[in-house]
Ligand binder design. Structure first.
Ligand code: ZN
Length: 323
């Protein structure tokens, strides 16, 4: 069996209650280094003071938020519906990108489609950008892969419109008040595919250079308001590909072969068997991408793709070792 880890994404800080994933002393001990790093960062940038400043009454901020909401109501909710009903999977989001780019151009952004070698990445800079500080807004727009076609099941069709509403509202505010600052919207393709990781490639190609802060929104199915401070907002993901090798034989003389399909079926059964020993936040799901070529041939090669998710990378590593 060959096990190949495709990628590990570790987007794991945002406004949420700190480190809820570690409840027992053993877990806290295992995650000690990660928690210490988060605590140091939280102290270094004085999160409580930031929260106090950002949540105090502020008419200007409320005005920007009201403008973003007005943009959503006037045109961007309709844009979201349009993207939802025209789903495109990762790296094929040409129509979605053209649609988002047209809206950005209409709101005074220069849009360059294509970045870091990806045809469906884009960079949109506000025409009246005025130096630092530089705000970057990341938007995603790819749909999920279904057996009968693409579909939007992870709210990515809303993500562009929400990000664009925020970008326009902040950019207009800076211009109207003659304040220094710049707003750039980054279109990042294929969030639902692990390899290649588009944002990593774009980062390594210096697409995000110059940004002081980069934000991204992602809708979820529940309304919540987490406590301020660093915590775990997102599940870390390991994409793992399992390949089994056997030996082919005709079905009538199957004893001359070695059945790789049996192995992949055991993999699924064994993972199910250890699920009850895992913490409930773990998500392990896989598909068989290769199951053999013909029913009269003993399959000599099978393959399964799994996504293994857990909030913190320490426990995720343990889960992956069990799987
Ligand atoms: Zn998503």
């Amino acid at each position: 069996m060959k096990r190949h880890i495709l990628a590990g994404c570790s987007l794991a800080f945002a406004l949420a209650s700190p480190a809820w994933a570690q409840e027992t002393q053993t877990e806290k001990e295992a995650a000690r280094d990660v928690l210490a790093k988060m605590a140091a960062l939280e102290t270094a940038i004085d999160v409580p003071a930031l929260v106090r400043a950002m949540t105090a009454p502020d008419a200007a901020r409320d005005g920007v938020a009201a403008r973003a909401r007005a943009l959503m109501d006037a045109e961007l909710l309709a844009l979201s519906d349009d993207l939802c009903t025209h789903p495109e999977i990762g790296y094929k989001e040409a129509r979605s990108v053209e649609t988002l780019a047209a809206v950005l151009r209409a709101h005074q952004f220069d849009v360059k489609i294509g970045a870091a070698g990806f045809d469906t990445a884009f960079v949109a800079r506000y025409r009246q950008n005025n130096g630092a500080p530089n705000l970057g807004v990341i938007v995603e727009y790819d749909a999920l892969r279904g057996t009968t076609g693409a579909f939007h099941g992870d709210q990515h069709c809303a993500q562009g419109p929400v990000g664009i509403a925020a970008a326009i509202a902040v950019a207009e505010y800076l211009t109207k008040n003659k304040l220094p600052g710049s707003v750039t919207v980054f279109g990042t393709p294929a969030e639902e595919l692990l390899e290649p990781s588009a944002k990593t490639v774009m980062h390594e190609a210096h697409v995000f250079d110059g940004m002081d802060v980069i934000v991204r929104s992602h809708a979820s199915t529940q309304t919540s308001r987490p406590a301020p401070g660093f915590g775990t907002c997102c599940l870390n993901i390991d994409g793992v590909k399992y390949t089994f090798s056997g030996a082919p034989a005709h079905q009538m003389t199957a004893w001359n072969g070695r059945n790789a399909l049996t192995a992949v079926i055991h993999l699924f059964d064994n993972i199910d068997a250890v699920r009850s020993n895992m913490r409930p936040e773990a998500r392990i799901q896989g598909i068989i991408t290769e199951g053999g070529a013909a029913p009269n041939v003993v399959p000599d090669r099978t393959q399964a793709d799994f996504y293994i998710r857990y909030p913190d990378e320490v426990y995720l590593r343990q889960v992956r070792e069990w799987a």
